[in-house]
Ligand binder design. Structure first.
Ligand code: FAD
Length: 379
């Protein structure tokens, strides 16, 4: 298993549970720890320390699983061979879940004159930048598509509003959100309307169907992809996404991402699957879909090795919790069917859903890291 993110951890947990020591699973990741994407926002606003949101891979003690902290330097999908900084490994079955990397330099001016809140380094920098900011134009903006967790820019707009209000400087600031979609969450008109209402109530300006193309640090101006300019003093950006270099070099990508069979997650190489953000499977780039895809692959591998019916196709379904600030969380149950249009069922924000989000995390920590105490949460 290449990559120990949402996809890799889910696949590994399921196969270990099914086969125990009957199979040999190598779980390879360059990092020493996992973190949930949304926890970066807690770090950015200093609600949590970085070490509190990281979960060490060394805690994975699962039968049949060996975690290797190594950087993958080449992938040969024809021969299912992986080379790392330490060794070369041959696999009977290879699953690629190496996620998406960021390329802030692809947006002129972003590195020099802006910030991004999608990488850990980015939020650590912002943790220091935010307290220095006291007035002016805040712009939350997407620079390209596709990008991870489509609700995250909307969440950031509400959370920065909260933050500035808490510091009693909200009146000295304005907030603008630049999004590539006409409405915040296109598959759910209800969620979108609720967000647009919240933006209007809090004086957050929504600019849809647009991307941020460039920043001019000297003039404090942002250029949108339609040529329009808007002023900024603090830019909170979503940088360009791309596959990790090792994946691009493997020759597996088409139009930037690994194509897979939408129903089975099989690549065009026999015995090679790909799950999650590294693919162009047709669901949004989000952990919940990476995990769902990994479940389909795990069931397929179990059926192939144990004999049995081909499992159900990847359903493209997932639950997403959306932060509204002020400790309120809403939920959308969203489906991207293989044929047909995506749709979502919306549940309005409440503190109870905030607890549900904590349980979501706790159950994954229990499954992936055997952290049993994690599910004992207050209701
Ligand atoms: C701010 C923010 C908020 C988010 N909120 C949510 C949310 O609420 N819900 C949700 O479902 N999703 C959310 N996401 C998205 C989610 O984090 C990702 O979509 C998810 O992590 C993708 O899972 P994955 O398994 O495909 O890849 P990842 O989890 O990114 O894992 C890929 C792994 O591959 C490893 N890797 C990469 N290259 C190499 C290499 N060369 N050698 C070795 N290892 C390598 C990386 O270290 C990484 O551990 C959020 C993301 C962000 C940025």
């Amino acid at each position: 298993m290449l990559g120990a993110g949402f996809g890799g951890l889910e696949l590994t947990a399921l196969l270990s549970k099914e086969f125990g020591t009957e199979i040999d699973i190598l779980l390879i990741d360059q990092s020493d720890s996992f973190f949930f994407g949304y926890s970066k926002l807690d770090v950015m606003f200093s609600h949590k320390l970085p070490e509190a949101v990281r979960f060490a891979y060394s805690n994975i003690e699962k039968p049949g699983v060996r975690f290797l902290q190594e950087t993958i330097t080449s992938i040969d999908p024809e021969n299912r061979r992986v080379t790392t900084t330490k060794d070369t490994y041959d696999a009977d079955i290879m699953v690629i879940g190496l996620g998406a990397d960021y390329d802030p330099a692809a947006t002129p001016g972003l590195v020099e004159g802006g910030n991004e809140f999608y990488s850990f380094e980015g939020v650590l920098k912002l943790r220091d930048v935010l307290p220095m900011f006291s007035k002016g134009h805040v712009v939350v903006g997407v620079t390209s598509t596709p990008f991870k967790c489509p609700p995250a820019p909307s969440e950031m707009s509400l959370l920065i509003d909260d933050y500035l209000t808490r510091r009693s400087i909200r009146n000295a600031c304005d907030i603008t959100l630049v999004m590539p979609f006409g409405v915040p969450i296109p598959p759910s008109p209800e969620m979108s309307n609720t967000l647009l209402t919240a933006f209007a109530e809090r004086g957050i300006k929504y600019i849809g169907n647009s991307l941020v193309s460039a920043l001019d640090q000297n003039r404090h101006m942002i250029t949108l992809n339609n040529g329009e300019e808007i002023p900024y003093d603090l830019f909170l950006g979503i940088p360009h996404h791309r596959v990790p270099k090792v994946v691009a070099d493997s020759g597996m990508t088409e139009n930037g991402w690994i194509p897979v069979d939408r129903r089975t997650l099989k690549t065009r190489y026999p015995g090679v699957y790909a799950v999650g953000d590294v693919t162009s499977v047709g669901t949004p780039k989000a952990g919940i879909f990476a995990e769902g895809a990994a479940r389909t692959v795990a069931r397929t591998i179990i059926a192939e090795l144990k004999g049995g019916d081909q499992p159900e196709d990847f359903d493209g379904a997932g639950i997403c919790h959306v932060e509204f600030g002020e400790n309120l969380v809403s939920r959308i149950e969203i489906v991207f069917p293989p044929d047909g249009s995506p749709y979502g069922i919306f549940t309005p924000a409440s503190e109870a859903l905030g607890n549900e989000k904590k349980e979501f995390e706790a159950h994954r920590l229990e499954r992936w890291f055997n952290m049993e105490s994690a599910v004992n949460l207050p209701k």
